[in-house]
Design a protein around this ligand. Sequence first.
Ligand code: SDX
Length: 423
Amino acid sequence: MADDSFTITDNRTGESVTVPVVDGTISAAALRELDRGLWFYDPAYLSTANCDSKITEIDGNEGILRYRGYPIEQLAEQSSFLEVAYLLIHGELPTEAEAAEWIHHITFHTYVHEDITRFIKGFRYDAHPMGTLVSTIAALSTFYPEAKDIDDPYTRLVQIIRLMAKMPTMAAFTYRNRMGLPYEYPVNHLTYTGNFLRMMWSVADPDYVPDPTLTRALDVLFILHADHEQNCSTTTMRTVGSSRADPYSAVAAATCGLYGPLHGGANEQVIRMLHEIGSFDNVAAYVERAKSGDVLLQGFGHRVYKNYDPRAKIIKETADAVFKVTGLNPLLDIAMKLEEVALSDSYFKDRRLYPNVDFYSGLIYEAMGFPLDMFTVLFAIGRTPGWLAHWVEMLGDPEQKIYRPRQKYTGPDQRDYVPIENR
Ligand code: SDX
C-alpha cells in the first residue's frame, strides 16, 4: 500500500516536509511548518475543505448523497422532513418518544410575534418573497436576545426549534401579504408540511385540509433539500456563525446566499428558461446558445456532482405522483427533451454537466400552484435544518475559529496622497 503522504521540498531552503493524506485531504498546517508566510491560492475554494463534518456525505462521481450515513433514496421513501431534520441536527434517527417531543415543540412554536406580522406587511405587494424572508429572519433575532448565548446547549436548542417552526409561517405570511390576503395562522392538528400548505392556500375555509399526495410530495422535496455539505449558503452559515453571531443572523445570511441564481435561485430560473424555450422545436436552438456561452442551461451542472444528481432522479419520480393530482405540467415535455438533447451532446458530456436538484423541482412547485418567486423560499424551508446542523457542528469543533482567509494582494505599491486640485 503506497504511503498516504506527500513530501514537499522547499527548493528555496532545501527543507522538506512529509504531509500525510487523510480522507483525501492534505493539511495546510504541514505546509506552515515549511513557511508560515505561505498561503494556498484557491479562488472560490475549488480545492479547499474548510472543515471536517459528520453530517452529509456526497460522492460526486458516483452520484451518492447520504445524511448521517443514510442514503437519500431511503430517507425520501421512508422518512419525513421533521424526522430528517432531527437526524441532521442530532446525528441519529429519533426514537418514538424523541420524535413525539421534537414534533410537539416545533408544532407549538409556529407562531411569530405580532410585530413580525406587521413587519412583513411593511413590504410592497411586489417585493420578492426572498427579500422579505431574509429580512424577516434577521428581524426575528431582535425578539430573542438570549439567542446570543450560543454556548448554552439548551438555548441553542430553543432557537433551533423556533427557526424550524417559524420558517414556514414567515414564508406563508410573505406570500399572503403579497396577495393581499389575510394571514392564515398556524394550526396544531396538521403535519408540519400540511400546516404550511394550509397557511398558503386556505381562504375562508376553517376545515381546509391540503391534498395528502401534494403534502407528501412537498415533504419529500423538503427532505431532498435539507442539506448538501459545504454549499454556498451552508458555508455562509458557518462563516457568519464563526464570528459567534446569533443563529437568526446566521440563517438570514445563509438565506441571502441561497437567493443567488447560481444557487437556490436556480429553480426559479429553470422555469423561466422553459417558458422562454416555449416549445419542443426550440430546444435544440437553446442548447446551442448554452454551448456558445450565450445562456446557462439552468438546473444543469454542479460543482460536486459530475454524475446525475440523485435528488433530481427522486424529484422526477415525485413529479409523476403530483401530476396525477394537479394535471401534467406542459413544461415537463420540454424539460425532458432538453435533458435528452443535452445529455447526448459532447459539450455537456465532456464537462460532466447533468440535471441538478433544481432542474425538475420547479415543475412540481409550479404544478402545485406556487408562484415562481416562491420557489427559493421553499428551498430555504428545506435547507434550514442543514444550516442549523452545520452551525451546531461548527460551534462544537475545536479546530474551528472565526473564518478569516487571506488573499494575494495585487494592488498598487505605496504611493503618496495627491490633493484634489492636483489630480
Ligand atoms: C444548487 O453546491 C451545492 O451543493 C448546491 C446545491 C445544494 O443543494 O446546495 O446542490 C444547490 O445550487 C444546484 C446548482 C443550481 N445552479 C444552477 O443550476 C445554475 C446553472 N449551473 C451553473 O451555473 C454551474 O453548473 C454551477 C454554478 C452549478 C457550478 O458551476 P462550477 O462548478 O463553478 O462550474 P463552472 O461554472 O466552472 O462550469 C464548468 C464549465 C464551464 O465551461 P468552460 O469554461 O469549461 O468552457 O461548464 C460550463 C461552464 O461554462 N457550464 C455550463 C453550465 N454549468 C457549467 N454551461 C451551460 N449551462 C450550465 N448550466
